[in-house]
Design a protein around this ligand. Structure first.
Ligand SMILES: [Zn+2]
Length: 130
C-alpha cells in the first residue's frame, strides 16, 4: 500500500507539472520525428540551434539574420535544421529545404520557408506561443 501510495502521489505531481513543459516536450517530439524522416530520405540533418539568449537574439537582429525580438528560439519552441554537409550553402529551392518544409507541415509546425517577408528555410517552430 505504501508503494502504491507513493506511485500515486508521484503520478499526481507529474500530471500537475505537465502543462509547464508540455509545449516544449510536444515540439521536441515532433522535431525528433522530422529528423528521423529526413535521415530516412538520405539527408544528414543537424539541429543547429534551439534555445537562444536575449543577448544572442539581439546580435542576430543587429546582423540582419533575424527581424524580431519575439523569436520562439527564446523559449526553445523553434529550431534551425540544416544538412551538416551543406550548412546554409545551398539554394533556397534545394530539395533538402523542400523535404524539411514538407515534414514540418506534416507535424503541424510552421516552416520559415513558407514566410513571405523573411524567408528562413532552416527554421521550424511550434504554432504555440512561448
Ligand atoms: Zn530559427
Amino acid at each position: 500500500m505504501k508503494a502504491a501510495a507513493t506511485i500515486l502521489l508521484t503520478s499526481m505531481i507529474m500530471a500537475a507539472s505537465a502543462p509547464v513543459n508540455y509545449k516544449l516536450a510536444e515540439f521536441e517530439h515532433k522535431v525528433g520525428q522530422i529528423m528521423i524522416e529526413l535521415k530516412q530520405k538520405g539527408w544528414k540533418p543537424k539541429i543547429n540551434e534551439q534555445f537562444r539568449s536575449v543577448k544572442r537574439q539581439k546580435e542576430l537582429v543587429k546582423k540582419g539574420f533575424s527581424t524580431t525580438m519575439r523569436s520562439k528560439h527564446l523559449c526553445g519552441l523553434a529550431v534551425d535544421i540544416i544538412d551538416k554537409r551543406y550548412l546554409w550553402n545551398i539554394p533556397i529551392k534545394h530539395q533538402f529545404w523542400k523535404d524539411l518544409g514538407a515534414a514540418a507541415r506534416k507535424y503541424g509546425l510552421t516552416w520559415g520557408g513558407d514566410w513571405r517577408r523573411f524567408v528562413d528555410v532552416a527554421h521550424v517552430e511550434s504554432k504555440r506561443g512561448c
